[in-house]
Design a protein. Structure first.
Lengths: 448, 164
């Protein structure tokens, strides 16, 4: 009796697990007769792929476009991005459109295998059929590259793909974006892009122990490739509050005079956005300005003080002779305090989110690695100091900058942060043959 | 007053801790190989080697090199006995105006000390922070390869002093 109940339970459990985890394969299309697409659809797909930042993960630095292979570090192990060129054997050349749409909506490949949520399908559920069609048309008309996917480095049982089915049960909501008729078309467009294809929350929202975004803390700040992704809601550390105008300028050109220059993974995002129509960038900026919210009176006053100080700097009250102050004076102030305008001059550090942020990671990354200019284009630049400064010296410098240029309490464990930053250089920097940066003027790009 | 170790010798220099290393090398020690280009760490002309690593001396204050070994181009070799890197640049005629070349050689030297046989891509990536307005880039690439070869064959006619 007992045994038969147990057997029944096991069988029922197995059936349930099968139902949850099993997905059918979708019949392959004939790679000898690839589908043809309308030019306008392909062009729209190109803009959408830029908004989706697809190339950042699906292309290695110096590698072939969309051929995959980029190592994405996660707390669970390293996952390699896949080849999404139309190569029949190693890419998505045999995928019909419905297989592509299923991957975007529910993270399942053509064979029926679950995909790891490093591919942010938890956002892509919001992408419309129409936009998926355009993205498909764009990707299927790219250059085919034969590149076999690299094996992920994940411990058991995370290397078993049925585990992902359980993750989806817990965290994947398959709802599509519903426009709010009470809001303007621009706001709705912005919400559709930010929450969906642009997947801003994938980096800017903190994740729980199972790697899912904590929806209760939307945009409260997360992590990307060993950089902190700042809070982009009311908790934003920016000394001068973000406005729709400032966001538009920053996303459009890669810098804003009151906030500085995009670098790290955000430089990739902004570099991609440089091809996107103004109207979509403006929609994203308008929606995000609402997410940041109107600043409090306190923050406004502080911003006015900071801007006044930047305009007519007074020397620090107590001339300290700390090592940090001396390093700043000799190595940093030549660019950061000469008032040369952005993006070629260094931002006045009183405006720096990195120094007002919750930890020293971004500031450490930038001092160690600098900002390399874009090959052959006018762009921001900063030398790297990894070779000339020890961890202790960088820590002394950062602690000094924190106390001088932010109104926040001192960071703790700064030297450890610098050590970590030096040891675990970000993937983009490790794999970078091309610079990870944005052109000073994206409109210069198409000129000879 | 502080002690600076340059090209294997100790020098007493009269300078503030926040003085750029480049100024002391040129103005006090008369070591003029490292050049003042932009003064902002953006062109590479001022590159020297500090404890085996290429460093931009115009944005490196003295306090960061205290107790470390500084090597300038003068420390690698001389006209009579050029180091492999210097011989290679001369043999490839890799300089046109030459302003950037001392810095290029120093970073190439630091590269060759940790990677005896770099590829074209590795050399390009390493020398990316250096500007050359004359356009001898292809010769510079060849010169670095030639220097790698010279260092490996340990030609008896060169005094190969490795930079600290």
């Amino acid at each position: 009796m007992f045994a038969s109940v147990a057997v029944a339970l096991v069988v029922a459990g197995a059936v349930a697990a099968f139902v949850v985890a099993w997905r059918p394969a979708i019949a392959a299309i004939d790679p000898a007769a690839p589908p043809s697409f309308d030019d306008a659809l392909v062009k729209r797909g190109r803009d959408l792929a830029a908004i989706g930042n697809c190339s950042t993960c699906h292309t290695t630095r110096g590698g072939r476009d969309f051929a995959g292979g980029l190592p994405v570090p996660t707390p669970f192990g390293t996952i390699y991005s896949s080849n999404i060129t139309p190569d029949a054997d190693t890419g998505i050349g045999r995928w019909p459109e419905d297989a592509f749409r299923r991957a975007m909506r529910s993270g399942v490949d053509r064979d029926g295998r679950h995909l790891y949520p490093t591919f942010p399908y938890d956002h892509f559920t919001h992408v419309s059929d129409e936009d998926d069609r355009a993205l498909y048309a764009f990707l299927m008309t790219r250059q085919s590259v034969h590149a076999v996917a690299r094996a992920n480095q994940l411990p058991f049982p995370l290397d078993r793909r049925f585990v992902i089915a359980g993750w989806k049960l817990l965290f994947l909501r398959r709802d599509s974006y519903q426009p709010d008729p009470a809001k303007s078309a621009e706001l709705n467009r912005g919400a559709y892009l930010v929450e969906g294809l642009a997947h801003c929350g994938a980096c800017h929202t903190p994740r729980n122990a199972l790697g899912a975004e904590r929806t209760s803390a939307s945009f409260a700040g997360g992590e990307a490739d060993n950089w902190s992704a700042y809070a982009i809601n009311a908790q934003s550390p920016a000394p001068v509050p973000w406005t729709a105008e400032a966001l538009f300028a920053y996303l459009r050109h890669g810098w804003d005079p009151d906030h500085g220059t995009a670098r790290g993974p955000m430089a990739e995002v902004v570099g991609n956005l440089s091809d996107v129509p103004d109207s979509d960038v403006r929609a994203i900026a308008t929606y995000m300005a609402g997410v940041f919210g109107a600043p409090t009176e306190d923050r406004k006053r502080r911003a006015e003080d900071v801007l006044a100080q930047v305009k007519s700097p007074t020397p620090p009250a107590s001339q300290t002779s700390s090592a940090g102050a001396a390093i700043y004076a000799a190595a940093c102030a030549t660019c950061h305090e000469t008032g040369r305008p952005l993006p070629y001059g260094g931002v006045n550090l009183a405006l720096s989110s990195a120094l007002s942020g919750p930890d020293a990671r971004n500031a450490a990354n930038i001092v160690l690695s600098g900002v390399r200019p874009v090959e052959g284009e006018r762009s921001p630049i900063m030398p790297a100091f990894a070779s000339s400064m020890s961890d202790a010296q960088i820590a002394a410098l950062l602690s000094y900058l924190r106390s001088r240029f932010s109104n926040q309490t001192a960071w703790t464990g700064v030297e450890k942060t610098v050590e970590d930053a030096r040891r675990t250089q970000t993937v983009f920097l490790q794999t970078a043959v091309d610079a990870q940066n944005v052109p000073a003027d994206a409109s210069q790009r198409d000129k000879p | 007053m502080m002690t600076l170790k340059v090209n294997g010798r100790d020098h007493q220099v009269e300078a503030e801790a926040d003085t750029p290393l480049l100024y002391v090398l040129r103005d006090d020690l008369a070591l003029n190989a490292a050049k003042f280009g932009c003064g902002l760490g953006q062109c590479g002309a001022c590159t020297v080697i500090v404890d085996g690593k290429a460093v931009l001396s115009c944005v490196t204050p003295l306090l960061l090199v205290e107790g470390k070994q500084v090597t300038t181009l003068e420390g690698l070799g001389s006209i009579e006995t050029p180091a492999p890197i210097q011989r290679a640049f001369m043999e490839e005629q890799a300089a046109q105006c030459g302003y950037c070349i001392a810095g290029m050689m120093m970073r190439a030297q630091a590269l060759l000390q940790r990677n005896a046989k770099p590829t074209d891509d590795e050399i390009r990536a390493e020398l990316a922070p250096h500007l050359c307005r004359c356009g001898t880039h292809m010769r510079i690439l060849r010169a670095v390869h030639r220097a790698a070869h010279l260092m490996q064959t340990a030609d008896a006619s060169t005094v190969q002093r490795s930079a600290q």
